[in-house]
Design a binder for this molecule. Structure first.
Ligand SMILES: [Zn+2]
Length: 121
């Protein structure tokens, strides 16, 4: 990828709106903003751009496609979870922890037992 396209993609990731669509898929979208529409066109992306589930970006709760807005301190006895606003509120209300995605469980199991750091990739 050339450096201009890479820089444009970074800007879109930083500034595009984050939401979920009617099919519960995570999306980046332009919100009708001209500059973002131009960037999506230059990247060859359709609006909305569907984003696959990924660690640190999409909520760790199984079945949830919302974007991460809070990390750590919730259900902290079982891990350092990355949660959307909805599930962060559930945790803050003291409700039981729902089932987490396998990728999140695998991540938490991989932490160093003493430092709690994730392994270097
Ligand atoms: Zn969630």
């Amino acid at each position: 990828m050339n450096e201009y396209k890479e820089a444009l993609e970074h800007m879109v990731w930083q500034f595009a709106y984050r939401s979920i669509d009617k099919d519960n898929k995570s999306i980046l979208w332009t919100g009708g903003l001209f500059a973002l529409e131009g960037a999506f066109n230059a990247l060859g992306w359709i609006d909305p751009h569907i984003v696959e589930d990924f660690d640190g970006g999409i909520c760790d709760v199984k079945g949830c496609s919302e974007w991460v807005e809070a990390q750590g301190g919730m259900w902290a006895d079982t891990g350092y979870w990355c949660l959307c606003r909805i599930h962060a509120d559930v945790a803050r209300k003291g409700e039981p922890q729902p089932q987490m995605k396998q990728r999140a469980i695998d991540r938490e199991v991989s932490r160093d037992p003493i430092t709690k750091c994730l392994p270097m990739k």
